[in-house]
Design a protein around this ligand. Structure first.
Ligand SMILES: [Zn+2]
Length: 431
């Protein structure tokens, strides 16, 4: 009996010791709480959960419970506290540290989204900082005006700069009956280049659909199991440059590949459940959009892109391939105008201008047709400060990759693949 008691006491002492060494909660439990929180917020905003391929019953449960925003805020605060007590030491593996910082910032972003859903109004910059972990630089009307004048000098013909730009663009529209052939060729080109540098699971694939009546031009819906649904909006004319843009951005090496690699390396290999859900209004989107946009240049460095356009895409669209250089010289100038959209969104969200003025701004400084400008304002209504993820995201990713890889193509690919397989935050891109 005495011996038995002593043995029990020893066992208890041992258990206490182990308990003292072992962290109070496992990261896997915190990851599960995060996934359930994201799903619960998604019940209040249909756009919030962009992708989810974890246990289906968790989503059903979130819908049935329909927990109040006040409860979700309290849960998020408790989760942040638990995460703070679980910080890995500086000596821990880099991916473990990135994981912890990433999860913490994603939860902070979720809390900001909950506050907004409860009616709190944030300025444009406060919203982008809180949701996306980044603030876009300001571009003045003078700067944007100078870019428009530069383009004005480069465009042929007479009349307003907007009219001439639209007339120029119209020469390069993909006829509707050739869209599918052009996109198939563009996706094949993007996929082949990606597969030369990035190992993907053999079963990865996607379905392509054409849709209408959307505020966006293309969308990748990741479905898990290495599959995506890519949708292309045909409401407005689609010009030839959009073929590679959309194929790389939505597919290879953009959103489809990004999601496939997260599922393969983080969810399946490491069991990091938090990556089975993707909250759209979160820092993850800056990385997703930034890498999807920069991926176009990784897959098609300038000269290669023009060659592919000349040899494959212009002929597939029935366009005159001798005009490739002229087209891309103008498009390079026009790309600089993308920051004009941020300025319109900033003023519009801050209540300084109304929807009509925001549309007009897009016509004046981004040289969009009235239809496209109106579509863009609908996008801002639906997604708010999300617009910064495309251009600021691309610039941050470009600087990060170029700092780590220089201009060497193979090294750019390997840094790019590493970035889209790891949980790095927008603010971490400056490291
Ligand atoms: Zn995108």
């Amino acid at each position: 009996m005495a011996r038995h008691l002593r043995a029990t006491a020893l066992l208890i002492a041992a258990a206490l010791l182990v308990g003292a060494c072992r962290p109070a909660v496992a990261m896997s439990d915190l990851a599960e709480r995060y996934v359930k929180l994201v799903l619960a917020v998604g019940v209040h905003d249909a756009d919030y959960v962009d992708a989810y391929y974890g246990p289906p019953e968790w989503r059903v449960e979130a819908g049935e419970q329909r927990r109040s925003l006040a409860d979700l805020d309290a849960d998020a605060a408790a989760l942040l506290e638990a995460l703070a007590g679980r910080e890995p030491p500086a000596s821990a593996d880099e991916l473990e540290r990135l994981r912890h910082a990433y999860l913490t910032t994603q939860v902070e972003s979720l809390r900001a989204k909950v506050k907004m859903l409860r009616g709190e109004r944030l300025t444009f910059d406060a919203e982008s900082a809180a949701l996306y972990d980044a603030v876009a630089p300001v571009h003045t009307e003078q700067e944007l005006g100078a870019l428009v004048r530069e383009l004005n000098q480069r465009l042929p013909g007479n009349g307003s700069v907007l009219g001439r730009y639209q007339a120029f663009r119209n020469r390069f529209e993909i006829p509707k009956d050739r869209l599918d052939a052009v996109f198939a060729a563009a996706i094949e080109g993007c996929r082949a280049r990606t597969l030369e540098h990035v190992a993907l699971p053999a079963t990865e694939s996607f379905t392509l659909e054409y849709v209408t009546n959307k505020s966006w031009s293309g969308y990748n819906w990741y479905q898990g199991n290495y599959r995506s649904l890519i949708q292309i909006n045909t409401d407005l004319p689609i010009y030839i440059d959009r073929a590679i843009d959309l194929a790389c951005h939505e597919g290879y090496p953009g959103h489809h590949v990004y999601n496939v690699l997260l599922e393969q390396h983080l969810v399946r290999e490491r069991g990091w459940q938090e990556f089975s859900v993707y909250p759209l209004f979160s820092p993850q989107s800056l990385i997703a959009e930034g890498t999807a946009n920069y991926g176009i240049e990784v897959a098609f460095p300038d000269a290669e892109r023009r060659a592919f356009e000349r040899d494959v895409l212009f002929p597939a669209a029935g366009l005159d391939a001798s005009q490739v250089d002229e087209f891309y010289e103008v498009m390079e100038l026009a790309e600089k105008l993308s920051y004009a959209g941020n300025e319109a969104a900033r003023r519009y969200r801050n209540g300084e201008i109304d929807a009509a003025a925001a549309a007009k701004w897009h016509e004046t400084y981004a040289l969009m047709s009235p239809d496209r400008a109106a579509q863009r304002v609908r996008f801002i209504d639906q997604y708010g400060a999300y617009v910064i993820n495309y251009n600021l995201g691309k610039d941050l990713v470009a600087r990060y990759i170029e700092r780590h890889a220089g201009s060497d193509s193979a090294r750019r690919w390997s840094e790019f693949a590493k970035l889209i397989s790891s949980p790095r935050l927008p603010s971490g891109l400056e490291d």
